[in-house]
Design a protein around this ligand. Structure first.
Ligand SMILES: [Zn+2]
Length: 49
């Protein structure tokens, strides 16, 4: 099973990306991505809908 999660910028809390992940494992996603609001690469954290 896969579930959809949103990735939110850790700096400005804007939700910039949607991705899917395996439901089992339980690890929170933490990805460096470009935030257009910060105009920089920032840490993006998984957010539940
Ligand atoms: Zn940001």
């Amino acid at each position: 099973m896969r579930e959809y999660v949103t990735l939110a910028c850790n700096e400005c809390k804007q939700r910039n990306y949607i991705t899917s992940k395996e439901t089992k494992g339980g690890k929170k996603l933490e990805i460096k991505k470009f935030c257009k609001f910060c105009r920089a690469h920032t840490k993006h954290l998984e957010r539940k809908k």
